[in-house]
Design a binder for this molecule. Structure first.
Ligand SMILES: Cc1cc2nc3c(=O)[nH]c(=O)nc-3n(C[C@H](O)[C@H](O)[C@H](O)COP(=O)(O)OP(=O)(O)OC[C@H]3O[C@@H](n4cnc5c(N)ncnc54)[C@H](O)[C@@H]3O)c2cc1C
Ligand code: FES
Length: 286
């Protein structure tokens, strides 16, 4: 054995690279290209998480990718992920049926800063699949409604066919705890709702900007414009939080794949304050 091999000390967290076996216990086709999987551990304790975190999901023989946790944080027995089929691993995940096994590492990453919203207005802005990582936050906000001045959710998608969690949205719209605004880029013949950008909804729904904490997830251009609009309306930059995506490999801050300027998104994010991000968001293809 060489001196180098003898002196090698495995990183303390090396075991974190080993996925834990989970089983698909329920599968919901959300949209034509989008599926929610409910996972339960094959053995051992369920995985706790805080809203905003993600896991690394491993499909045997295909690969491993980061996916946000999209379920209710008060229901710890089942870990819910909502996945859009865009490539090899997401496609394999979307094709899994009940009973299939999948590897899970995590949960990883920063959380939505829930306590900043206590005693203030919570303003949630989602674009497309960005509603998935925000759904645990909305569940938490409704469970803690008495600690918040108000809760608003603004949700935009390309078309009505792309509205995620439709039943959930209807239930939230019917509840008194949340003000919901939905808009689509392109209407279909039967659509009677709003058409336009999420930023069009902000003036009517933002009641007390200086006392508002905003949390955003969606395509980067949408988040950039919405964060700018919220800042211009008077929401403090330090109270605007964005969930960022970058390609990931380790999820543990080791490999550098997910670098965004000075940040490793797996370790420092995915949720980061706009005050730290706004310059980086203006750099093309960073
Ligand atoms: C923190 C985090 C949370 C995420 N949460 C979700 C989620 O809840 N649901 C979901 O469906 N997806 C989520 N993603 C995105 C998901 O990880 C990527 O779509 C996935 O890695 C693509 O892998 P693939 O093998 O299916 O596609 P590939 O075959 O690798 O690529 C397919 C296409 O997607 C692009 N792509 C690959 N990875 C990313 C990425 N990370 N961001 C943007 N584009 C990418 C490629 O450039 C290519 O055009 C998240 C990503 C991050 C970083
Ligand atoms: S994915 Fe390896 S450092 Fe973030």
């Amino acid at each position: 054995m060489t001196a180098i091999a003898r002196s090698y000390q495995p990183p303390a967290a090396e075991a974190d690279m080993l996925p834990r076996p989970f089983r698909v216990v329920a599968r919901q086709q959300e949209l034509a290209d989008c599926v929610s999987l409910e996972l339960a551990p094959v053995e051992g304790a369920p995985l706790g998480f805080v809203p905003g975190q993600f896991t690394m999901l491993y499909v045997h023989g295909v690969g491993e990718i980061p996916i946000s946790i999209s379920g209710d944080p008060s229901v710890s027995e089942r870990l819910v992920h909502t996945i859009r089929d865009v490539g090899a691993v997401t496609g394999a995940l979307c094709r899994l049926q009940e009973g299939a096994r999948v590897g899970v590492r995590g949960p990883y990453g920063s959380a939505w800063p829930l306590e900043r919203a206590f005693g203030r207005h919570l303003f949630v802005v989602a674009g497309g699949l960005g509603l998935a990582p925000l759904r645990p936050l909305v569940h938490w906000a409704l469970a803690n409604r008495h600690r918040l001045k108000s809760v608003a959710l603004v949700y935009g998608t390309r078309s009505p066919d792309n509205l995620l969690f439709l039943e959930q949205l209807r239930a939230w719209a019917a509840s008194e705890g949340l003000e919901l605004g939905i808009t689509v880029d392109r209407a279909t013949a039967d659509w009677q709702g709003r058409v336009g950008l999420v930023t069009d909804l902000l003036p009517g729904m933002l009641h007390d900007p200086a006392e508002t904490v905003a949390m955003l997830c969606g395509p980067e251009p949408m988040m950039r414009f919405a964060a700018q609009a919220l800042g211009s309306a008077g929401v403090p930059q330090a109270d605007i939080h964005l969930s960022m995506e970058r390609n990931m490999k380790c999820g543990l801050g080791w490999c550098g794949h997910c670098q965004l300027g000075p940040f490793l998104i797996c370790r420092d994010g995915p949720v980061l304050p706009y005050a730290e991000l706004h310059r980086l968001l203006t750099v093309w293809e960073l």
